[in-house]
Design a protein around this ligand. Sequence first.
Ligand code: AMP
Length: 542
Amino acid sequence: MLGNMMFQPLLISNMIEHAGRYHADSLVISKNTDLSITETTWGQVHENSKRFANALQALGAVQGDRIATIAWNNHRHLESWYAISGSGMVCHTINPRLFPEQLVFIINDADDKVLLFDKTFLPLVKAVKPMLKCVEHYICLDAPDSAVTEQLPDVLFYDDVIAQQSTQYTWPVLDELSASSLCYTSGTTGNPKGVLYSHRSTVLHSYAICMPDSLNISARDIMLPVVPMFHVNAWGTPYAAAMVGCTLVLPGPGLDGASLVHLIDTFKVSVALGVPTIWQGLINAALQTGTTLESLKRNVVGGSACPPAMLQIFKEKFDCETIHAWGMTETSPLGSSCQFKAKHQSLSDEEKLKIRLSQGRPPFGVDLRLTDEEKGTHELERDGHASGNLQIKGHWIIQNYFGKAESALTSDGWFDTGDIATLDADGYLKISDRSKDLIKSGGEWISSVELENLAMGHPKIAMAAVIAAIHPKWDERPILIAIKKAETDLSEAELLDYYADKVAKWQIPDKVIFVNSIPLSGTGKMLKKDLRELYGNVLLNS
Ligand code: AMP
């Protein structure tokens, strides 16, 4: 027997309608590319999103079309992403820090019809345009500017485009399983892979991140997502912000510590979200200016492990509670967040700190398990000690990559994260290592395999391994362990120089260590874990 309750599909358009109707006067404060500040409201964002939905239709875009954005977190970007997803198109947010070849690959792979971009990224757009097969319209997220038109003659301007359109637009009633947005993630080898979110997964994820035991977001918050909208949809926060109607502060290109201090203190930000590198910058700037960041009650650290000292500084110097969270592009991203249970309240500060350093426990809606590397899907104990492959399943977890028919899941339906972890009986997760061959530098991925393959292509190199070394500023940086071919001469500088025209500058290893041998497993694989034990700390004292 079925229940007798109404069915409504879970849609992103419902969120912006809700914010526009019930939180019309809540502010959306936004730093523009020229660093000026625009104050707008959810009511205005709602209206402009409808205008832009009309504009996309007028340009001939239809449901299912991919619309790309290369932009910082700002109000035009926010309006356009509600317009795109709300009208049944797919919002493809692109990381501008990618190497141009990768950018071209993902735009062509996604088959993007329209490309929206911040003026800052004009040189990048101009450089890749000749290689883009699919883009029919380029829209600069700004007011008309002849300097841009000179360089990109057919360009349209967002302010112009929406000014010509009406706010009358009826959001289509879509199947809740329809695609809503697309983010690419680095593959361990080869090209980046697309993760295609649905309306349903996005709405359910938004409910989950607002819950008190997750990020605890409410209408009383003033939220600053420092994490970019191209990094897993700013961890879903702009959706959650519309859902609860909180004030949103969008930092634009100003991600440095001083700019963030200014935004937090000026607009009384209560909760901010970002990767550890961002917080390091904020801490340094705040200590320099002497501000206590009085309004900041919570900050969310994710993307990389939160260093213990960071938790303590936020608590002791800024009276700010740090929520350590774990997730991935493939998991929308929230997989776990660290909040106490009732039984923890009476623990000593030291014991509490131990819990807070874990990545926390999963919210309702996702499930975590550990499996033994040797035994495939054999599940390990949740005892806080057994360490294994971290696997996840749930309402907002990937099933297969964009354009790939084959499932991304294990034979029994779990997604293997590539992280190595422990879980305790309460579900608290501790990430201890990573099995995927990726290095995370300042929140951005670097493929160790790609760097190794390039080094192996050098005529004087016999064998090369690239590992993540711990770095005080960037969390991790690549270092290259290499064996030279017999009777050849090669310096560190020459080898690093070899990368210059092959990868983006920030992906070039920080150091080369020449060795006579690299430890190998029984099957001939390089034992990177051993290399990390030997050389993982070499950048700490340099
Ligand atoms: P991305 O898809 O770029 O968001 O990266 C996801 C990966 O970042 C995870 O699989 C982890 O390897 C790493 N990661 C994310 N959050 C954390 C965290 N809190 N602690 C340690 N590693 C993390």
